[in-house]
Ligand binder design. Structure first.
Ligand code: PHE
Length: 354
């Protein structure tokens, strides 16, 4: 018994980890452990022998068990100390500076435009960028073979082999959202639809993907005068200075009459300044919604009229923030984004200034 005590107490105190400790427990006091086997021997002893050996064995078993749990607690403490040493953190160190991302000028200007027009009662509407040819063309009074279809340098989606339906297109303008909104909401309505549009064109002022914002107001007594007022209010708020507009007679299949709108600007030393001088810059197309377009949208053109306009958002960003080349907008060059981008905290609001 003394040998067993010495053997196990020594081994327990030297155990390296909990697994080794468990092996020792099984070897000593497990079902078939050495101490347990000794206890089984008690049955074969005389009552006198048993009276001496029994308590001793029990004491040995208790001693080994408490050595095991003391060692187990010690090992756990040591492991925790080790972990705390590894995970130690100096909370007094200064924080590490991280560069914040910036808001792209197109996103910023979209927010600005929406804030101004929302204040005038326009809700924001959306439509798909992959559009069917009916919404992009036919419903807007641009039948097949109309020259406007080819003039727009449309991107066509592919149809499956043997599928002869007309292909979907990447929308060439935001005007199809006019149709979708009229169908969904009926008259009266007042919406803007900002978003991406696509045309196969690429130079300093054209990229194959760019952004427009559509405006549409339908009511019982809407006229070109309302259109002109809304646009002048809009440009003055957007550029932060009173801006004159000039309407030039034009043609779009989906408006009648139609007008291209110029804003007042000066061209001095090669830079454009909006709201001063006696120069003009074309910025959007507009007009009174064509009766056929109202009909396609499910609105009775005898009872209702409306105005519509479509404006380039990227163009507005270039003008307002003096950005010279449109192509750089979509190059994802970090230096450009840091230079022309906006702080994510500078959310444009009417009261905060745009
Ligand atoms: N959809 C026209 C374009 O992309 C712009 C426009 C919109 C003109 C609404 C008139 C009315 O050029």
């Amino acid at each position: 018994m003394d040998d067993l005590r010495e053997k196990y107490l020594k081994a327990i105190s030297g155990a390296a980890d909990e697994a080794a400790l468990e092996d020792l427990r099984v070897a000593a006091v497990g079902k078939k452990g050495e101490v347990s086997l000794q206890m089984r021997e008690l049955g074969r002893m005389t009552p006198e022998e048993r009276q001496v050996a029994g308590p001793k064995l029990n004491a040995l078993k208790d001693e080994i068990n408490s050595a095991l749990s003391a060692k187990k607690a010690a090992l756990e403490d040591a492991a925790l100390d080790e972990r705390l040493r590894g995970e130690w953190l100096d909370v007094t160190l200064p924080g590490r500076d991280r560069r914040l991302g910036t808001v792209h000028p197109v996103s910023q200007v979209t927010e600005e435009v929406s804030a101004i027009l929302a204040d005038m009662g326009f809700a924001v509407a959306e439509g798909p960028q992959v559009e069917d040819d009916w919404h992009n063309f036919d419903a807007l009074n641009i039948p097949s073979h109309h020259p406007a279809r080819t003039e727009m340098d449309t991107f066509y989606m592919a149809r499956g082999e043997g599928d002869n339906r007309p292909p979907h297109v990447l929308r060439t303008h935001t005007s199809p959202v006019q149709i979708r909104t009229m169908q969904a909401q009926g008259a009266p309505l007042r919406v803007i639809a900002p978003g991406r549009v696509y045309r196969a064109d690429y130079d300093q002022t054209h990229t194959p993907m760019f952004h427009q914002v559509e405006g549409l107001a339908v009511d019982k007594d809407i006229s070109m005068a309302n259109l002109k007022w809304v646009l002048e209010e809009f440009f003055s708020a957007f550029f932060g200075t009173s801006v004159k507009t000039r309407f030039r007679a034009s043609h779009f299949p989906f408006t009648e009459p139609s007008a291209e709108v110029d804003i007042q600007c000066s061209w001095e030393g090669g830079t454009v300044k909006v709201g001063e001088g006696d120069g003009w810059l074309e910025v959007l197309g507009s007009g009174m919604v064509h009766p056929k377009v109202l009909e396609a949208g499910g609105i009775d053109p005898v009872e209702w009229q409306g105005f519509a306009f479509g404006m380039g958002i990227d163009r507005m960003a270039m003008l307002k923030y003096g950005i010279p080349d449109l192509r750089a907008f979509f190059d994802s060059d970090l230096r450009w984004l840091r230079h022309y981008g906006f702080s994510s905290l500078a959310v444009p609001t009417l009261h905060g200034g745009l």
